[in-house]
Design a protein around this ligand. Structure first.
Ligand code: HEC
Length: 115
């Protein structure tokens, strides 16, 4: 799926995935456009790297969604419940799930093979 949406993205010249739109608008300032956390916040909060393939708060959909909805009081991570619609939180949760795959330096093999 990530490969297909990347192709779409390139073709349209902008994010078509609602999760990606939310991420770039609300999250990239701290987590970086690629989720690697290479930002001013990330410099002092290495745990803001969402693309390393390790999530301290859990890597299943429900765990990721929970930290996005509730935030982490005591860290800069804000709570988005009430600031984003439930559908937007779902979409950006799926986008975060895909970040490690997207952050790979080389495209997935199926992306290189024309069908
Ligand atoms: C003001 C900076 C900031 C913004 C904006 C922000 N985050 Fe975070 N986020 C952080 C920091 C710092 C952490 C690490 C704190 C922690 O893991 O407890 C974090 C943690 C997380 C985690 C958990 C990481 C783990 O290791 O389990 C997820 C998932 C996450 N953010 C997603 C998002 C999403 C999605 C958005 C946008 C809707 C967003 N964040 C917006 C700063 C931010």
């Amino acid at each position: 799926m990530a490969a297909a949406s990347t192709v779409l993205l390139v073709a349209c010249g902008g994010p078509t995935d609602p999760g990606e739109r939310v991420f770039l608008r609300k999250c990239a300032g701290c987590h970086g456009r690629d989720g690697r956390g290479r930002t001013r916040i990330g410099a002092t909060h290495p745990e803001a790297d969402l693309a390393a393939g390790v999530l301290r708060h859990g890597e299943d959909f429900e765990s990721i969604r929970r930290i996005i909805a509730r935030g982490n009081p005591g860290s800069p991570m804000p709570a988005y419940e009430g600031r984003l619609s439930p559908a937007e939180i779902d979409a950006v949760t799926r986008y975060v799930e895909e970040l490690p795959a997207r952050a790979r330096p080389t495209p997935a093999p199926e992306a290189a093979v024309p069908r």
